[in-house]
Structure formats: C-alpha cells, structure tokens
Design a protein around this ligand. Structure first.
Ligand code: PEP
Ligand code: MG
Length: 322
C-alpha cells in the first residue's frame, strides 16, 4: 500500500473519468516542509500558524520572527502560494504562560474571536504575513468564523496593516482573505461569507465536531465523528453552492477526505481542491485515481436522500466495490 501511495504521488491527480483535482498540504510543523512535493502537493493549502508558538512560550513571536517563519513556509511551497491560517487558539491551547481559563474552551474565545480580541497580536501577525508575501503569494485564512462581522473586522485590520506598510494603492492581489467554514453558523451564512471572501476553506474536523455537538478529542463520543452524517452532507452541499454562486475557490481542509467513502462523496459534491496532511496525500491521490466523478455525482444524489451515516457508507461501498 505504501509503495502504491508513493508511486501515485508522482502521477497526476485525475479521476478515472478525467476530472483533475488540486492537491495541497496541511502543514503544522517545520519538519513537514521538505517532503511536501514528494507527497504530491502542488501547494500549501493550510499552514496552522499557531504551531510556530512553542507550547511553553511566555509571549508570542515578534513580527520579524513570524515573518521569517512564514517565508520559510513560502519557500517550501512548490508553487510559492501558501494559505496561512491566523492563530487558531482556544483558551486551553494557548502557550502555558498566557493560558486563560474558560469553562468550555470549544465554545469560548477561540479562533478568529480570540484573534480579534487581541488586536495588537492580530496586527503583528498580519504585518509579518504581508511582509512574507513579498516572496510569494499569500492567502490569509480565518479560523472558526461564526459572523460576517468577524470577516469584515479582519478585512479592516488587513487594510490597516497594508497601509502601515505603505502598501495602500499598490496591487495587493497576491494577498487574499478567506474564511474557514467549520461552524454551523458559517454554513448558514456561507453565501454572505463567500461574497465578502476571496476564497473559502472547509474545516471538516471542526465542522463535524460542532454539527454533531461532540468533542473531537473525547473518546466517549468518538462514535459521533460521523463525516457522512446527513447533516454533514447537507452542510457540504450548501457550502459548495455558496462558493459556486459567488465564484470563489473552495478547498476541503479537513482530514475526512482521507477516507475513500468520504473522498467519493466530496468529489460527487463537486469539490476539486483537497488539502490534507502530507502523510495522507499519496493514499488520497491513489484513491482519487480509482474514482469516477460521474459515479460520485450519482452516489451523492442518492446519499443526500439517506437517513444515517451508516446507510451512506453502505451505499458508498456498493459503488466502491463494484
Ligand atoms: C478542521 O477543523 O478541519 C481544520 C482543518 O482545522 P484544525 O484541524 O486545525 O482545527
Ligand atoms: Mg478547525
């Protein structure tokens, strides 16, 4: 299987019936950078920037340190395009010295909420990213968005950061701003978010957690990590339609795509850009090359009428084993 995967990494990401997909890498640690191209990624589709902060740090890295880290990521991206996600902290994942205590971190001041509540930090990060973008093309991604106002506030901060660097009026097409769709609220306002974003990314790891109200790290409810639950499929359909109507690029960043039945569903829903951990990419491409997009569309039309994740999985199996 391993040999299969490595061979597939060098082959085009094309389905059996000729539909080309775009494969990108999810990166969180610097040691993953050298192997990106070998895994078959064309680009970095998600750089989890919070991982540049050591867990025992007593402060966040300064602008120059961050800029150097982002430049290193840019240099490692095969096409020099990188989607940098702004710090996605929760109160319990902040570095120990600045940790805050909240009763329910997954529903607290996390993701873009935390970032907007710490504007000096947000400004420093934006300046570091903009400066790093001189050596490539950057897409700035906001995690765990729930309100349009968060995207608008981030856009304003970005404009101010550009102005502070004397970049007003210069072409800034190489710096785009996008929202992660990973909360139920973001699904329901995906049309508004798509209109005001330059691109959208689906964070299915969190989307499943929040849709099914089940902590993704809690073993006792792990049976609810159902990526093919009817609520998940219906949400994905809404997101794909919103991105399509606004003509904005959409990337699936969650790890669900690594499961063949999920890859089949995502393909059938019309998703063509997949960002996965480097280790999962060769296997994903190998799966993709065995799938037919036409069959996948038929399967999804049927899957959307089914009542349970188990029924959707069984339906996928009938296609995949045919
Ligand atoms: C996700 O939630 O699917 C995602 C890509 O982000 P993370 O796993 O870092 O929360
Ligand atoms: Mg997430």
């Amino acid at each position: 299987l391993r040999r299969d995967g490595l061979t597939a990494a060098r082959l085009p990401a094309v389905t059996r019936d000729g539909v080309t997909c775009h494969l990108l890498a999810n990166i969180e640690i610097q040691s993953e950078l050298p192997g990106i191209e070998r895994c078959g990624a064309q680009s970095i589709g998600l750089f989890r920037s919070e991982f540049i902060v050591p867990s025992d740090a007593d402060a966040l890295p300064d602008e120059d340190t961050q800029c150097a880290a982002y430049q290193a990521v840019m240099a490692a991206s095969p096409d020099h395009i990188v989607t940098i996600r702004t710090f996605d902290f929760s109160s319990d994942t902040l570095p120990s010295d600045i940790r805050e205590v909240e009763p329910n971190p997954a529903l607290g001041l996390h993701g873009v909420r935390w970032w907007l509540a710490h504007q000096a930090t947000a400004r420093t990060q934006l300046r570091a990213i903009i400066r790093a973008a001189e050596t490539g093309r950057v897409r700035i991604l906001l995690p765990r968005v729930t309100c349009l106002s968060e995207l608008q506030a981030a856009r304003q901060l970005l404009d101010e950061a550009l102005a502070s660097l004397g970049m007003v009026g210069l072409p800034t097409k190489h710096i785009e701003l996008g929202a992660m769709i990973e909360t139920p609220a973001a699904v329901f306002i995906a049309d508004r978010l798509a209109r005001e974003s330059d691109f959208l990314s689906i964070g299915s790891n969190d989307l499943v957690q929040y849709l099914l109200a089940s902590d993704r790290g809690n073993e006792r409810v792990s049976y609810l990590q159902q990526s093919l639950h009817p609520a998940v499929l219906a949400s994905l359909k809404v997101i794909v339609a919103a991105a399509g109507a606004a003509n904005k690029p959409l990337t699936m960043c969650g790890e669900m795509a690594a499961q063949p039945a999920c890859a089949f569903a995502l393909l059938g829903l019309g998703i063509r850009r997949f960002s996965l951990s480097p280790a999962a990419l060769p296997g994903f491409k190998s799966t993709l090359r065995r799938l037919s997009a036409r069959d996948a569309e038929q399967f999804v039309a049927r899957a959307l009428t089914l009542d349970t994740a188990r029924a959707v999985e069984a339906c996928a199996e009938t296609y995949l084993n045919a």
